[in-house]
Design a protein around this ligand. Structure first.
Ligand code: UD1
Length: 370
């Protein structure tokens, strides 16, 4: 098949490209080589057997060319920092929401006859807080946390009826969305627009809500990269990783290889069409424990700095209920967290990295995001 991967030079897209090529597909990459991530260079890991077109998703003419003769599209191109999205509002919305609008516009108006499937990278961030349970009131979705509570260090959401502390539960796709950042709003837009256009024109589409993806090729130069890469960059610089809040906030970390296998599964199976699936590990770890695990694996002498501050737009807990994708397609994650972290750390050993935390903090503080 002829496959287009937007964002195919990125962390997730590039692994997807490798697998698609290994399976015998012809793959075209469309990527703007975002300077914040790639410094404008083609990354050395980019698959030599892929065709590469440099272009922005908002460049209609270039994207039109990139869509020529394509059967399947994986739309991975996006700006990904939750914190950065809170002050680069137009830039994020242009790249994420408008970029998807341009892609869908071209699909509908010029390429409808040959596109057999479109898979869009959506995000767990669309849920806002995940699903919780209250010992008195049962399962519920709490309100987003209030600034005044967080300023007091009251980090955990509570039951709005009986004020009891809540326990997080696996979050299924049916959980109402409650976006808490511009990034999350953008991701919801991408998902909604793709499903709307797919259903309206009978173009098979699938949205995958990725949880916290980690693994090799995660940018070590983008200060808004994910927490695992930021912690590693701190340790490499012999600095303590800095943990926001009290370190007990949790996430569901899923290996990039599992994300790739989920994309392949939905491409190959028509039962996935017009559906939304969570893609996570199905379990959660606190950010404090993640930091300790990374310190243990690297053998570093550093410790964690728990700073009791918070980042606007952050949620407290969310982890995936993966029963829908498992029951529908038989997909299951294969990479255990510790193995995945070892792979990330091994890969990063000979890579240059700066202390990403220092750089992002300067800006986020100046903008009032932390
Ligand atoms: C991440 C992704 C987002 C994706 C979402 C899906 C990145 C940059 N963002 O957002 O694209 O859609 O997962 O779940 O990969 N933290 C620290 N110290 C740090 C950095 C972060 O304590 O130095 C904390 C944050 O406050 C937060 C947690 O770690 O509580 C996770 O942060 P981050 O890795 O940025 O991920 P998300 O915001 O969940």
């Amino acid at each position: 098949m002829n496959i287009l991967v937007t964002g195919g030079a990125g962390f997730i897209g590039s692994y997807l490209v490798d697998t698609l090529i290994a399976q015998g597909n012809k793959v075209r990459i469309y990527d703007n080589l975002e300077p914040q991530v790639h410094q404008g260079h083609i990354p050395d890991y980019l698959n030599k057997d892929a065709e590469f077109i440099q272009g922005d998703v908002n460049n209609r003419e270039m994207l039109d060319k990139a869509l020529t003769g394509i059967d399947v599209i994986f739309h991975e191109a996006a700006m990904v920092g939750v914190g950065q999205s809170m002050y680069e509002i137009a830039k994020y919305t242009n790249a994420n929401t408008m970029g998807t609008a341009v892609l869908l516009d071209l699909v509908v108006n010029k390429h409808r006859d040959h596109i057999r499937k479109l898979v869009v990278a959506a995000s767990m961030s669309e849920y806002g807080e995940g699903l919780y349970t209250c010992q008195n009131c049962g399962d519920l979705k709490p309100d987003l946390r209030r600034e005044i509570d967080m300023k007091e260090g009251d980090w955990d959401p509570f039951c709005s009826k009986c004020k009891t502390p809540l326990s997080p539960k696996p979050t299924p796709e049916t959980t109402p969305l409650q976006c808490n950042s511009i990034y999350a709003i953008n991701k919801r837009d991408q998902e909604d627009m793709t499903l709307n256009i797919g259903c309206s024109f009978q173009i098979p589409v699938v949205a995958l809500r990725y949880f916290n993806v980690f693994g090799p090729r995660q940018s070590l130069s983008n200060p808004y990269t994910g927490v695992a890469a930021i912690f590693m960059s701190r340790l490499k610089a012999n600095h303590n990783p800095v943990v926001f809040e009290d370190g007990k906030q949790s996430r569901d970390f899923v290996s990039v290889h599992d994300i790739v296998s989920a994309n392949i599964a939905v491409m190959q199976d028509d039962r996935a069409n017009y559906q939304i699936f969570n893609v996570g590990s199905g379990s959660s770890i606190s950010i404090g424990d993640l930091g300790k695990l990374i310190i243990k694996i690297t053998g570093s002498n550093q410790t964690l700095d728990i700073n009791n501050k918070y980042r606007k737009g952050d949620i407290r807990h969310c982890f995936a209920d993966i029963s829908k994708i498992t029951k529908t397609l038989g997909w299951k994650p294969q990479v255990a967290l510790e193995d995945g972290l070892k792979e990330l750390i091994e890969w990063s050993k000979d890579k240059k990295s700066e202390d990403l935390f220092e750089e992002s903090q300067k800006i986020l503080k100046a903008k009032g995001v932390v």
